[in-house]
Design a binder for this molecule. Structure first.
Ligand SMILES: Cc1cc2nc3c(=O)[nH]c(=O)nc-3n(C[C@H](O)[C@H](O)[C@H](O)COP(=O)(O)OP(=O)(O)OC[C@H]3O[C@@H](n4cnc5c(N)ncnc54)[C@H](O)[C@@H]3O)c2cc1C
Length: 460
């Protein structure tokens, strides 16, 4: 008789948990997955997917303006928020259903309820009792961090609620400077909402290349978003007219919705980690080794709950690597170096590798190649919006260690550029690539002149 009820118990049916469960089940393991909300997790239910659909919805306003420059007449374009939400929710339900079927087809079992560790091999699922498992994978993701001590914080929403607003607000204040705050500010603005983005730092998108940060902030401003930096909320007051946000700089602003996107925290509440002896780091994330193993020998953790690189494809790869290691006899550790990512701001960002500042810190001397230009399509329509493309090259080896783009389709471009950067491409090899014409991307392979920052006189 088997010692445990299951070979693997997975807590959380999000990006990381579902991939690990499927791969393990396909290897022949007996797998049970517990999900307390909806299968698909943050990415499918309240993250990447619904957000991208909102980005698409909001981009049309700008496209209509561009179309006019090409001779189109567009009369009375209107947007129906309720109709959009209805279709969005249908699509999310469809995708969640696919995730469920994929689990079933792989042979994994699914149970709905909150799971809690009782000891290193036992898990209790609310409403379903206890089961035992040889191995346990924690893939519970993260959740929005809210400033609980702020006066009036109960009037603010997080990104979770932004996907279900009963009506489209006329005015919104988005607080935060990370990619989620920036993306939502652009979404609301594109949908015609008067939008303020308030961030306590001196610039948005901390961690990204400084030229990218400044360029995006400027372009957001040009599209009509009021970007207010170096201050933060001191209170939110509900009045008959809406919500009054007060800020540390003594200014205030009235809106219908205040959305906080101030960061996310690993979701470990109520998991019983202490009873099983699973250690957390100083940020509350589960500590794991290169193979995603926790401080307990038969318990692993992947995805946002480990706070390594909090992106869907990373959670998927970590989950896959875990399952390959433990169930397919192929020890695999996912390499977190040089992960490309996009910010679906308007215009969007694509980035891979090191920022100029990080490259200077790491290598000392770097060569910078940078261009700003008006894309053919929007320039034709009389739009002043500019693209930015930047390459960071280690001077000694001439390796391209960073590639950063702001402009249309930059998320698509960076996926391809990431292959070359990950392979260690040198600038001469990059330059030997013939351009595709006429495209925006060709500018990337025709960057020949080293960039000298205005005022410096020589490369810094
Ligand atoms: C607004 C927003 C936009 C984003 N956009 C992007 C993007 O464009 N690109 C990108 O790559 N990433 C994006 N992300 C990040 C991405 O969604 C996460 O990195 C990814 O979903 C993490 O996957 P995960 O498996 O770690 O956790 P999740 O997908 O969060 O899944 C965790 C699951 O565990 C369940 N759970 C938690 N605790 C328990 C419990 N005790 N018992 C049972 N079930 C439990 C949860 O309900 C959830 O379904 C975005 C995130 C947000 C919030």
């Amino acid at each position: 008789m088997a010692k445990y009820d299951y070979d693997l118990f997975v807590i959380g049916a999000g990006s990381g948990g579902v991939r690990a469960a499927r791969v393990a089940a396909l290897s022949g393991a007996k797998v049970l997955v517990a999900e307390e909300h909806r299968v698909g997790g943050t990415c499918v239910i309240r993250g990447c997917v619904p957000k991208k659909l909102m980005v698409y919805a909001s981009e049309f306003a700008h496209s209509f303006e561009t179309a006019k420059g090409f001779g189109w007449t567009i009369d009375k374009a209107t947007f129906d928020w309720t109709a959009f939400l209805r279709e969005k929710d249908k699509e999310i339900a469809r995708l969640s259903g696919i995730y469920v079927r994929n689990l079933e087809n792989a042979g994994a079992e699914l149970v709905h309820g909150k799971a809690r560790l009782i000891d290193a091999h036992s898990v209790e699922v609310e409403g379903h009792g206890r089961v035992t498992a040889d191995k346990i994978l924690i893939a519970t993701g993260g959740r929005p961090w809210m400033p609980k001590a702020l006066k009036g914080v109960e009037h603010a929403i997080s990104s979770n609620e932004a996907f279900h607003l009963h009506e489209l607000p006329k005015r919104v204040v988005v607080a935060g400077g990370g990619y989620i705050a920036v993306e939502f500010a652009c979404i609301f603005n594109g949908l015609g909402v008067e939008t303020h983005l308030v961030h306590r730092g001196a610039n948005i998108l901390r961690g990204f290349d400084d030229d990218i940060r400044t360029h995006v902030a400027e372009e957001m401003g040009r599209r009509g978003i009021k970007v207010i930096l170096s201050t933060q909320h001191t209170s939110i007051e509900k009045t008959a007219g809406g919500l009054i946000s007060r800020f540390a700089n003594e200014h205030h602003c009235e809106s219908d919705v205040v959305m906080f996107a101030l960061g996310r925290e690993p979701y470990v509440e109520g998991l019983g980690l202490e009873t099983a002896g699973v250690k957390l780091d100083d940020k509350g994330a589960i500590e794991v080794d290169d193979y995603s193993k926790s401080s307990v020998d038969n318990i692993w953790a992947v995805g946002d709950v480990t706070n390594r690189v909090n992106l869907t494809p990373v959670a998927i790869r970590e989950g896959h690597a875990f399952a390959d290691t433990e169930f397919n006899g192929r020890p695999t550790s996912f390499d977190h170096d040089t992960i490309a990512s996009a910010v679906f701001s308007q215009p969007p960002v694509g980035t891979v590798g090191l920022s100029e500042a990080d490259a200077r810190h790491k290598y000392g001397k770097v060569d910078i190649y940078l261009t700003r230009f008006r894309p053919m399509k929007t320039a034709f329509a009389g739009d002043d919006e500019r693209c930015l493309m930047k390459l960071v090259v280690e001077e000694k080896t001439q390796k391209v260690v960073g590639c950063h783009i702001v402009g249309p389709d930059s998320g698509e471009m960076i996926q391809m550029a990431a292959i070359a950067v990950k392979m260690g491409v040198t600038k001469p090899q990059w330059d030997s690539t013939c351009a595709v014409h006429p495209t925006l991307a060709e500018e990337l392979v025709t960057l020949r002149e080293k960039y000298v920052q205005p005022g410096l006189g020589q490369a810094a």
